[in-house]
Design a protein around this ligand. Structure first.
Ligand code: GTP
Ligand code: MG
Length: 200
C-alpha cells in the first residue's frame, strides 16, 4: 500500500480536460483550508508537493498526481471559500459537480472534515449530495492533532456529532479515518484503505 513514487501530471480547468488513461483515482474534497493539500503532502511524504497556504482558496484547478505509475490522487479546489466572487463559486460547483458525475475512473471521494471544529452545514450538505448521487465516499477527519490534553475529547465529540447528522441519509454509514498531517496519524490506515478499494 506504500507510495514509492509520485509525480504531478496536470492541472485541468474542466472535467473533460482530465487525463484519459483510465487509471483509478481518488478525489480529495473538502472545505477550503480543511487540509487537503497538507494531507496529500503527508501521504507522499513531501513537504511542499501540493501547494498549501494559510490563505483559503489556494487550489483552483483539478490537479492530478500519479502514484506508483498506476493510480491518481486528485486535489480539488475547496468549497465554501468565503471570499470567492459569486462567479468563481458558480464555476466551482459546475465544474466540480461535472467532474464527480462524469468521472468513470473515480474509485471514491475522500471527503475531508475538520475534526477540530463543530460540524459545518456545508460539509453535511456535501456528504448528502455525494450520497444522493451514489458516489462512493470515505470521511477523512483532519487536524486531529489540534485537540490535546484536557480537551482531548472534543475532536471525538465533533466527529460523533458529524456522524449523527449524516446517519439519517445513509443505510450504511460511510467508512471514516482520523488523520493529522502534522503527526502522521491515519496515514498508513488511509493508504491501506485506498489499496483495498482499488483491489490491489
Ligand atoms: P485550499 O487549497 O485553500 O482549499 O486549502 P486546503 O484544504 O488545501 O488546506 P491546506 O492543506 O492548504 O491547509 C490549510 C491550513 O491548515 C494550513 O495552515 C495548514 O498548515 C493547516 N493544516 C492542515 N492540516 C493540518 C493538520 O493535520 N493539523 C494542523 N494542526 N494543521 C493543519
Ligand atoms: Mg489546497
Amino acid at each position: 500500500a506504500q507510495i514509492k513514487q509520485v509525480e504531478f501530471v496536470k492541472s485541468s480547468a474542466r472535467a473533460r480536460d482530465c487525463p484519459k488513461d483510465n487509471r483509478p483515482e481518488f478525489a480529495i474534497l473538502g472545505r477550503s483550508n480543511v487540509g487537503k493539500s497538507s494531507l496529500i503532502n503527508a501521504l507522499v511524504r513531501k513537504k511542499e508537493f501540493a501547494l498549501t497556504s494559510k490563505k483559503p482558496g489556494k487550489t483552483q484547478l483539478i490537479n492530478h498526481f500519479l502514484v506508483n505509475k498506476s493510480w491518481y490522487i486528485v486535489d480539488l479546489p475547496g468549497y465554501g471559500f468565503a471570499n470567492a466572487s459569486q462567479s468563481a463559486r458558480t464555476d466551482w460547483s459546475s465544474f466540480t459537480k461535472g467532474y464527480f458525475l462524469n468521472r468513470d475512473t473515480l474509485v471514491a471521494v475522500l471527503l475531508l472534515v475538520d475534526a477540530s471544529i463543530p460540524p459545518q452545514q456545508i460539509d453535511v450538505d456535501c456528504a448528502n449530495w455525494l450520497g444522493r448521487n451514489n458516489i462512493g465516499m470515505t470521511f477523512v477527519f483532519t487536524k486531529c492533532d489540534k485537540i490535546k490534553g484536557g480537551k482531548g475529547k472534543r475532536s471525538d465529540d465533533n466527529i460523533k456529532h458529524f456522524q449523527d447528522l449524516i446517519s439519517k441519509y445513509y443505510k450504511e454509514p460511510p467508512p471514516w479515518i482520523m488523520t493529522s498531517s502534522v503527526t502522521g496519524l491515519g496515514r498508513d490506515e488511509l493508504l491501506l484503505h485506498m489499496s483495498q478499494l482499488r483491489n490491489y
